[in-house]
Design a protein around this ligand. Structure first.
Ligand SMILES: Nc1ncnc2c1ncn2[C@@H]1O[C@H](COP(=O)(O)OP(=O)(O)O)[C@@H](O)[C@H]1O
Ligand SMILES: [Mg+2]
Length: 218
């Protein structure tokens, strides 16, 4: 069975896919068999779901799009609404089945959530339920921009209320320059219980992540 991680973010477009791919590449460079998963993707662009393509490209085991992405929804809106428009109800047990299959093929599976941690997925469940059903430790991507301190504290509060393990957080510098970025990172280091696993600088792909596998897989 693979070791898995659930990657969530302080918001949508904060770098969950970027960080997930960087992690997959870093693990692959260390010789691990890796698979990325985007169980629920909403928003087709040019005939494809970009996150799915990027995660597939960063994976090094033979997996199908259907396996890594059981729910590919057309509209670029919250998954529960996109699913409603297609008369689909997102069933997390199907996602879990796909995850179990993947975890037999890979050493490491990185599962990218949709949107932020509490994004609704159907009438009653959210991203929190997805992480719980998969039973995975969480990695939080903090998109470094004004407002991220509040979002990071709210999200880590929700992760801990869900009794999920937060293995660490990543500071993703999505703006260049962000005013007082160093001070913002230091503020989060002081206030978050989990360790800062790495800083992805603006425009950086993987380099800062090369040491990451050692920290996460002990
Ligand atoms: N460290 C970074 N430097 C520059 N651009 C970034 C960085 N991280 C993410 N981006 C860009 O920001 C956008 C959103 O990132 P993405 O990884 O797709 O976020 P999410 O998966 O959370 O929606 C993408 O266009 C991506 O290329
Ligand atoms: Mg994404």
């Amino acid at each position: 069975m693979a070791k898995g991680f659930f990657v969530t973010g302080t918001d949508t477009s904060v770098g969950k896919t970027t960080v997930s791919c960087a992690l997959l590449r870093a693990f692959a460079a260390q010789g691990y068999r890796v698979a990325g998963m985007k169980p629920i993707a909403a928003g087709r662009e040019n005939g494809q779901w970009q996150d799915v393509e990027l995660l597939l490209a960063a994976s090094n085991v033979n997996v199908t799009r259907k396996q890594i992405n059981p729910y590919a929804l057309e509209a670029p809106i919250s998954p529960h609404l996109a699913a409603q428009q297609e008369d689909i109800t997102i069933d997390l047990s199907l996602v879990n089945d796909c995850y179990r299959q993947l975890s037999m093929q890979a050493d490491i599976v990185i599962v990218e959530g949709a949107g932020g941690f509490l994004v609704p997925l159907n009438d009653s469940q959210t991203g929190e339920d997805l992480a719980k059903i998969l039973g995975l430790p969480v990695i939080l991507v903090v998109g470094m921009r004004l407002g991220c301190l509040n979002h990071a504290l709210l999200t880590t509060g929700a992760i801990s209320a869900a009794r999920l393990s937060l293995v660490g957080w990543i500071a993703n510098c999505i703006q260049s320059p962000m005013v007082a970025v160093t001070e913002n990172i230091a503020t989060l280091e002081q206030r978050l219980q989990a360790p800062l696993l790495g800083i992805l600088r603006f425009g950086e792909q993987t380099d800062g992540f090369i040491a990451m596998p050692k920290v996460l897989v002990r």
